[in-house]
Design a protein around this ligand. Sequence first.
Ligand code: NGS
Length: 320
Amino acid sequence: MLGLYSIKNLRISTCVLIVLGCIAVLQLLLLYGSYNYKCISKEDIGKYLYMYLNPKVVKRLDKPACDYEMVYKQVHKDDWSIIEQSNQFDPSGIVNGSFVPEDCNPQLSIAILVTYRNRQSQLDIFIPFIHNFLRRQKIHYKIFVIEQHDAKLFNKGLLYNVGARQAARELFPCLVLHDVDLLPLSAANLYACLLQPRHLSASLDKFRFVLPYYGLVGGVLALTTEHFRQLNGFSNKFTGWGGEDDEFAARIMDHNLEILRFPPDMSRYTMLVHQQAPVNGQRFRLMSETVAAQDGLNSMHYRSVSVSQHPLFTLIRVVT
Ligand code: NGS
């Protein structure tokens, strides 16, 4: 009774404000998770796929070609079950971190590059998880872990350059640059390069599944080895957290390349919790000063400590 009495006594303008406020909240709730970015539609993915196979993979005449439409057109929900499956990991078919499907001829090859230092617990989750995830996609892939083997500030850009150089030597046509703390949740998120660079982790739980800005290419990014070479790779000057990916996005845009993305429901990732690395206070200055043609694949300074074959990945250790 009291509630009804007080509503009656409100001024019309106040009532209008309350109604508008309710509509705004309702709209926000309806948009939650679906609001987002420009992306290519599921129907168009086939037109953009960069279907190149590593020439070292031998095709068998008695097998059909692997079907990728079945992967990216599948109806799916976030697939947390693969996280649980990681506990009972079966390494069938994986040799030195590389996998070729048995029952069909793969049509594309990717090199997964994971930059790394001192995050053993995350690597222990990531490696089995990503093998379980990727084997189901019937692609040819190989995982490279590039470890910074010194105590200096982390230089992610340089490590990606080192990994890309090794993947190119091994004739991989496509690179997937992958943070060790990100796990894809949608089985339909086909790990493949497109004709233009592709940002895969566009819908991340840490950002409430909303892409913060168009030029974000951090997290998981796929691009052809040839585009990586044309861009002169990453700058080697960014040490500590932040900026190296934004500078790489600037290289992409300066070369008139586009950043493509799959729809949000296919681009969902979860991030493993970790401590934030020390922020690079110089990152904005570096971003304004860096000259792509003079700083990248053509100006790397590092010492390769070892390249060793582990059952589930190839480990490249470098001192920066
Ligand atoms: C931006 C950083 C990027 C970083 C992105 C997301 O602010 O390097 O946040 O980071 N750019 C600069 O600092 C200039 S995240 O929250 O995912 O760690 O990738």
